[in-house]
Design a protein around this ligand. Structure first.
Ligand code: RB5
Length: 146
């Protein structure tokens, strides 16, 4: 049985270019990317692609997810409507680290039109390697999440 951890990733047209880069980066970091599309830069509706990653995480086909749209705002709004999903719109390594340590985020959200490629890679690597701290944060999460 494979022990490689799967990371689902999807985008809309605003995040397509960065998705291509980060799907490869997921593999480079030793994880298995589950690329849920789209396959071209054609205009699509971000909630449709948010749902693909949400379902992959909720069905345990992926351990966590990455969503990218133009700003990251629409993807984070759409993903956070779903139970068991804690999607964090992140802008730098600090917020990427904190969303894991304090918020136990299971979906990393990035804005393809607002973040540079190297910073996005740094966010991804930080998100994937950082553990939830538990402790006092468990009670806080239990007040809005499951
Ligand atoms: C698409 O133009 C844009 O609205 C979308 O990528 C995202 O930024 C929405 O929040």
């Amino acid at each position: 049985m494979s022990t490689v951890r799967t990371v689902a990733i999807a985008a809309d047209h605003g995040g397509f270019a960065l998705k291509q880069v980060l799907a490869a980066e997921i593999a480079h970091l030793g994880f298995k990317p589950l690329d849920l599309g789209p396959e071209t830069e054609e205009s699509v509706d971000y909630p449709d692609y948010a749902l693909k990653v949400v379902e992959a995480v909720r069905q345990h086909r992926a351990e966590c997810g990455v969503l990218i749209c133009g700003t990251g705002i629409g993807m984070s709004m759409a993903a956070n409507r779903h139970r068991q999903i804690r999607a964090a719109l992140v802008h730098d390594a600090y917020t990427a680290r904190m969303c894991r340590q304090h918020n136990d985020a299971n979906v990393l959200v990035l804005g393809g039109r607002v973040i540079g490629t190297e910073v996005a890679k740094e966010c991804l690597a930080t998100f994937l390697k950082t553990a939830f701290e538990g402790a006092r944060h468990v009670k806080r999460l239990s007040k809005f999440s499951e």
